[in-house]
Design a protein around this ligand. Sequence first.
Ligand code: HEM
Length: 366
Amino acid sequence: MAVKFTGLTALALIALGSFVNGLLVPADKGPSKKLCADGVTRVSDLQCCSWAAIRDALIADVFEGVCGEAAHSTVRIAFHDAIGFSKTQNFGGGADGSMIAFGDIELAYAANAGIDDIVGDLQPFADAHGISYGDVIQFGSSVALSLCPGAPTVRTFVGRKNATAAAPDGTVPDPFNPVTDILARMGDAGFSADELVALLASHSIAAQDEIEPTIAGAPFDSTPDSFDPQVFLEVLLKPTVLPGGLGPGQGEVMSPLEGEFRLQSDALIARDSRTACTWQSFVTNQALMASRFSAAMGKLALLGQNTKNLVDCTEVIPASPPATARSATIPAGKTKADIEASCASALPALPTASGAPIVVAPVPPQ
Ligand code: HEM
């Protein structure tokens, strides 16, 4: 049952801290906080002190302080590593870092094309800082998200042991798979259709390099440095162009904007009766999109793990800059008539940008 806080109760809770996945996380300074040896960081669990330094090094050395390609790729590897897990078959250690520890095997799988780049950053970083590969991936993903305006804080545990086996091929959905197959694969890892759509909020900060290499960096929406609902709207716009123009790569379909790339799987999930209404619900509700993503991502990061053996260091994950928009905006040059709404309930009114039609810029390589 949802609990409502009003008036003085709400003010008292804000003073105490903030909510992550419905749990109260203490505010940075408070009587229960202890000072770390660095003389600056305050934590409630001293085991998290070293993770504040790892956070700062990740932001400076790997992400270069921005919600750019390295941050995006870290969120992607967090999915690819964790989804190597099955509830029904005896395989997969889940979020165990096998993508790095057994990179010679897993990076050769077609669905992991392009992941080698971020492994080239995260593996030496983990080795230099003496942390496991599962932790550098999942903790790194939470820190990466904190750089993207509007992204939620994901509940973040550390202390994973290194993987003992590679995940088999076929655990990561391909963009050319039918929706039924994608839902079945996600279901086998414990995720509902609604949770899959929530996880796809990650495609608000995403671009492709591998399906159409001639347009490397082509993003999935017009605002790839912002965790906003724009992707949920733009994937619903009528397809009009094929960026790059060389013919679709496998898993690519036509997009609505010059320079923008559309995945076949996103296009189908946005229009499928099992997922369309959840998809549409995020178009005008950034807060809902962020909170559902946070819950699903926190669950993903714990696949194959037992929290009894881990430490909750969510307290060292910074809050992201505020969301740039609460609702998606119809891009300049498009109208409501261009939206292929696929849910029976009506889409609320949307703001429309004025001006000349936009050309979406690629995400620069890092
Ligand atoms: C139906 C499931 C999914 C499919 C078929 C899919 C497919 C893809 C593909 C093909 C790319 C482009 C890779 C490239 O060419 O460089 C991509 C990028 C990305 N995906 Fe997904 N994805 C799925 C779900 C997810 C989930 C659940 C997450 C995270 C929770 C995620 C996060 C990302 C991110 C952040 C990128 C951008 C990476 C970058 O810009 O470097 N994806 N995805």
